[in-house]
Design a protein around this ligand. Structure first.
Ligand code: PAF
Length: 325
């Protein structure tokens, strides 16, 4: 074949390959409520980088931080419907979709991060992940929001009595709300996108969230007091729509699951860093911090709620989680 014809054939082949490559790229929408640079952003960024690298860019993501796709309940619904591909969400609203998950929202259930991570990475957590596909979603991995602490604009909180009469924004989560009522507070459920304004306008006196959320949401601008209550561990999940999952090859499914593990490790690392540095940062921004909280008094106040939790979830199941070493 003459050289010019050969060159033309080569260019045509390259263009065809490019066209196939371009056609085959899928852009996945991933949403979450915390801001860019938060722990959720770190997790999403790690996941997206891994799937892009390990599928030779056949998959990539478009990220939607800061509730750009709505609150967590709305985003889970969208993933279930297949109109959104992925969400990183706390378990706050998840029990309304997958009731088996509610047990992990019990206050003071987990001793520390090590205990929580062992439970979620072990048989109990892995079994819970199997409950999602019948609900239209694949739970790729347990990731993390962190231990929750109370902030408010009225007074320092050391013991449950100090929360009496405080209107505190909570997640739309009955397990939390039933527990928090025993402290004396008035839980006020609200979707996260409304919280900053509600705190600013005084519609609620306080809120409770992990340090990475308090820092990345700039709550120090609208809240005076922070108490390190650590009253509940807040797990998170990376959820993928069944619509996407069902179209993946076996090899791509493996890539997504591995990427999810890398993402959870990165997100947990960011939680550790924010917990280590965030309190001093919030103090430097003017917050008054109570470091020594009477946790025994909070646990004592919770006793009636634990009677109800045992009835709902089974005392044995609660003990199984508590006994993980
Ligand atoms: O408080 C909440 O609703 C959750 O902790 C948040 C901030 C949306 C992160 O999952």
């Amino acid at each position: 074949m003459p050289r010019t014809a050969l060159a033309r054939t080569g260019i045509a082949a390259a263009l065809t390959l490019l066209a196939i490559g371009a056609q085959a790229q899928t852009v996945l929408k991933i949403g979450y409520t915390p801001a860019k640079d938060s722990h959720y952003w770190v997790g999403a960024t790690a996941f997206c980088a891994e799937i892009e690298k390990n599928t030779q860019a056949r998959f990539k993501c478009q990220q939607f931080p800061s509730s750009a796709l709505g609150g967590e309940r709305e985003q889970i619904e969208a993933v279930q419907l297949g109109t959104q591909d992925l969400v990183i969400t706390s378990t706050g609203p998840v029990g309304n979709f997958v009731p088996e998950v509610k047990i992990v929202d019990i206050p003071f259930l987990f001793r520390d991060y090590d205990h929580a991570r062992k439970v979620f990475d072990g048989p109990i957590g892995q079994d819970l992940l199997t409950k999602f596909p019948p609900k239209g979603m694949v739970a790729l991995v347990w990731t993390e929001n962190g231990f929750r602490h109370i902030t408010n604009s009225k007074r320092p909180i050391v013991k449950p009595d100090d929360t009496k009469g405080l209107k505190v924004r909570t997640m739309e989560n009955k397990v939390h709300m039933d527990g928090y009522r025993t402290f004396g507070m008035l839980p006020t459920p609200m979707a996260f996108p409304e919280v900053f304004t509600a705190l600013q306008q005084g519609t609620v006196d306080g809120q409770e969230n992990p340090i990475p959320v308090i820092t990345s949401s700039k709550f120090s601008q609208v809240q005076k007091h922070l108490s390190l209550t650590g009253h509940v561990y807040s797990p998170a999940l990376l959820l993928l729509s069944n619509t996407v999952w069902s179209k993946l090859s076996e090899a791509d499914k493996r890539v997504f699951l591995d990427a999810a593990k890398t993402s959870a490790a990165a997100q947990r690392k960011k939680v550790d860093e924010d917990d280590a540095n965030g309190v001093a940062l919030l103090e430097s921004q003017g917050m008054q911090v109570v470091r020594t909280v009477d946790k025994a008094a909070f646990q004592e106040a919770l006793k009636p709620a634990y009677v109800a939790y045992a009835k709902e979830f089974g005392a044995d199941n609660i003990k199984k989680i508590q006994d993980v070493k």
